[in-house]
Write a protein that binds this ligand. Structure first.
Ligand code: SF4
Length: 394
């Protein structure tokens, strides 16, 4: 009798949506050094800022949820001391992971933004939250057709896609407690503008981004912008969430650009420019208080910028992405292509034994390169920024 042989054990390659796919799309070479090579960044400024606000919102929601379960609902706004206590706790947690604010100004801005996020966004957002930090996984076929045979190096024919949704909300349209909720109002206005009819009870998945609302003007029109990439991320989250047993119909993904809740002078300057050049999709109503405040702001040294009305800041902070089969299919296709590109770079590196020449680079986003430790020797960065001598025509 012939006994069958067990197939060799192999591990599925695992790709996380934020750490791997978005990291690679930002810049392949930087991703190779920091994520695959695990080289710690010498300037993890952005990492501290993003994680700090995420942490404060998460801890604040946890405290609100505990009070709700006790039957004594304690919704923000909260006192200065309470918010400062939460901020200190998160700062210590991040310090334990070797993440520091690198400057008193940055820390001060982080605390101020966290306070606005909890006290102004919190009362609208917290009552809608069903679950926070929802882990998602799914398996997909490795896009082998996009990987030339000479660069294929794995036995696996599938890959694992992973992600963590910041917040899943459960919206019950007929719940009287939600009438007057500004977030629900914004969602319904958006659905109406797109002629979408939501069911009585549905889910919206929310992802926080520690950045301002991106401009609509792409840096390079031939390449996907961060606007597109974050949109695909939300669609993919919706796809993975829909496959979980306890989910309701997912109507939309929402990105909250947290910097819009408390814009700095620089942010307001850019906003004015974008409005003048028609490069942003959320602008103040003509003749509104916001328009007047922005128009009359003199932008003088030492003067505080105007505080725009919360409704406008919330509108700028929210990006609603309705979920449909076609949009999900497109997002998945794009992420499959990103996985294929990573696999090709890895295959090339294995074959050629070199890093610099085998990984894709992307020097278009100034802030990504500014925080990158490879910029002193990166050929793409030096090609873009080094002064050049005038050429000699022969
Ligand atoms: S300097 Fe810019 S292009 Fe070069 S590796 Fe860093 S992020 Fe990428």
């Amino acid at each position: 009798m012939q006994l069958s042989q067990r197939p060799a054990v192999y591990a599925l390659p695992s790709y996380s949506l934020t750490g791997d796919l978005l990291g690679f799309l930002r810049c392949g070479l930087q991703y190779r050094y920091t994520r695959i090579g695990k080289l710690p960044s010498t300037r993890p400024v952005q990492a501290w800022f993003g994680q700090f606000i995420h942490g404060v919102l998460e801890e604040s929601y946890r405290r609100f949820d505990e009070s709700r379960k006790r039957g004594a609902m304690n919704l923000p706004p909260w006192s200065e001391e309470t918010i400062a206590g939460i901020c200190e706790l998160i700062k210590k947690r991040l310090a334990a992971q070797q993440l520091f604010p690198w400057g008193a100004d940055l820390e001060e801005l982080g605390y101020a933004r966290a306070k606005v996020a909890v006290n102004e966004l919190g009362p609208q957002l917290f009552p809608l939250i069903h679950r926070a930090e929802v882990r998602l996984t799914g398996a997909r076929a490795l896009p082998l057709a996009q990987i030339p045979p000479e660069y294929r190096f794995r036995e696996a024919d599938r890959y694992e896609m992973m992600g963590v949704i910041d917040v899943v909300t459960n919206v019950q349209l007929y719940d009287p407690d939600l009438w007057g909720n500004l977030l629900v109002k914004e969602l319904l206005t958006d659905f109406k503008a797109r002629s979408l009819k939501p069911p009585g009870e549905f889910e919206v998945i929310i992802d926080y981004k520690g950045m301002r609302r991106p401009s609509q003007k792409p840096i390079d029109p031939s390449k996907p912008s961060f606007w597109d990439i974050y949109g695909w991320q939300a669609q993919t989250y919706a796809h993975l969430r829909q496959a979980q047993e306890d989910s309701l119909p997912v109507m939309a993904g929402v990105i909250i650009y947290l910097n819009e809740l408390l814009p700095t002078k620089g942010d307001l300057r850019r906003l004015r420019e974008e409005i003048a050049n028609g490069e942003t999709d959320v602008v103040p109503e003509p003749g509104s208080e916001t328009e007047q405040l922005l128009r009359e702001w003199k932008d003088r040294k030492g003067e505080e910028p105007p505080i725009l009305p919360f409704e406008f800041r919330l509108k700028r902070g929210l990006r609603v992405l309705p979920v449909a089969e076609a949009t999900i299919a497109h997002a998945l296709q794009e992420f499959d292509s990103a996985v294929a590109r990573i696999e090709i770079c890895r295959g090339k590196e294995l074959q050629q034994g070199r890093v610099l020449s085998t990984w894709e680079k992307n020097a278009e986003d100034e802030s990504t390169c500014a925080a990158c430790d490879a910029r002193t020797f990166c050929p793409s960065y030096t090609a873009e920024t080094e002064p050049k001598l005038p050429g000699v025509r022969t």
